[in-house]
Design a protein around this ligand. Sequence first.
Ligand code: FES
Length: 126
Amino acid sequence: MSSERARLPHGPMVWVMEHDVLIEDTGEHFLCRDSETLLSGMTRLCRKGIPVGCRGGGCGVCKVRITAGEHRCRPMSKTHVSDAERAGGVALACCVEACGDLRLQVMGKMQRAVCRTGKASEPPGT
Ligand code: FES
């Protein structure tokens, strides 16, 4: 966990908490701010193939299993995550906010996309 100063939209500079999130399938890490969803943080990896759909829990393309770490979930459709899955840590990345460092596994369409494309491409000349 770390913190950094950031300016709120049309507001003062404040300290924001950032949490380290590990994608166990690829070994990649990304930072996620306290108030943003895992999907928003994941998209900053600048990788092709991360499925981003409705961003509101309605389409189910961003399914993950959280294997460790505190988090809070916004309401999500039982069409895409059953009560049994939810009890096992399954959630929609667009509906989860990290409260501390997390580990997750990608599932479904997210798994096919993330695991197929591997890590972010290296900058030219490296
Ligand atoms: S982007 Fe549609 S459910 Fe997450």
